[in-house]
Design a binder for this molecule. Structure first.
Ligand SMILES: Nc1ncnc2c1ncn2[C@@H]1O[C@H](COP(=O)(O)OP(=O)(O)OP(=O)(O)O)[C@@H](O)[C@H]1O
Length: 248
């Protein structure tokens, strides 16, 4: 189980990006975090992966703290940003990722390359790739590992329709086979269709958590978008915007 306990992050400019954030994700669960721009999603992921230090709080995976070798070997990450070594070919990059992990799976790598139709492209330098091809390379790199958890930050951004469908199926299969996925996304329709639970953030604080069905019931909303607008306190702004658009 991935357990985030009382995580807080204050940056040097005194902004509290995250405050007292708790979340647990068990095996066979896909949990989404959603929130408006600047609500703290990336800060949570960066603390979780030890990319930045939290101000307080702890993250464990099956009891292993997030700065431990065991944690790092069992967690895979699909970042939103397409930061890749541009001079390497896709194949060389996958070799590099393989060399960093004890449990990369050659058979999975081969199948993922076929799934994302990247066989020919992988021989070319990454600098020649389109946005979607870079994203596919990141997805292959993450899912070829024998991990327990995959952290996915806006995984569908820039992918074509076929690749989105494949990625969603891949995610469902990974979770079915005892994996856990933490998905950060603005795509509430995908979150509503895919996730077992969702945590909604507003200004660094968790303002709602539950299954989509429970949240809709609790807040008297027809869909997740309505719940999101309500609990992230965007409803007032939304009413004002309706007026502006009406008079446009
Ligand atoms: N390096 C930094 N230094 C200072 N403040 C930061 C830094 N990074 C983020 N912040 C602030 O922390 C808050 C949370 O930002 P964060 O990037 O975690 O939000 P987010 O939910 O991922 O946003 P988005 O949906 O726009 O990607 C914001 O107020 C942001 O301005």
């Amino acid at each position: 189980m991935l357990a985030i306990h009382q995580l807080s992050k204050r940056y040097k400019n005194n902004i509290w990006a995250v405050q007292d954030f708790d979340l647990s994700i068990r095996a066979n669960e896909l949990v989404a975090i959603a929130g408006p721009n600047g609500s703290g999603k990336t800060s949570i992921i960066n603390c979780l992966l030890s990319i930045i230090d939290p101000t307080s709080g702890e993250v464990h995976l099956d009891g292993h703290p997030n700065d431990s070798h065991e944690f790092k070997q069992r967690i895979a990450y699909v970042p939103d940003e397409l930061i890749l070594p541009e001079a390497l070919t896709g194949s060389e990059y996958l070799d590099f990722v393989t060399s960093m992990y004890e449990h990369a799976n050659a058979e999975k790598r081969k199948n993922l390359i076929e799934l994302f139709d990247m066989k020919a492209a992988l021989n070319e330098p990454i600098e020649t790739y389109s946005h979607g091809m870079k994203k596919k390379t990141q997805l292959i790199a993450a899912f070829m590992l024998k991990s327990s958890v995959v952290i996915m930050d806006e995984p569908f951004r820039g992918l074509d329709v076929e690749a989105i469908i494949m990625t969603k199926k891949l995610m469902s299969k990974y979770v079915e086979k005892d994996g856990s996925i933490l998905l950060s996304t603005h795509d509430l329709m995908a979150a509503e269709n895919m996730c077992d639970r969702i945590a909604i953030l507003s200004k660094g604080k968790k303002v709602a958590e539950g299954t989509v069905a429970d949240l809709k019931k609790e807040h008297g909303c027809a869909n997740l978008e309505e719940v999101f607008m309500k609990v992230s306190m965007l409803s007032d702004r939304s009413a004002r915007f309706e007026k502006i658009i009406e008079n446009f």
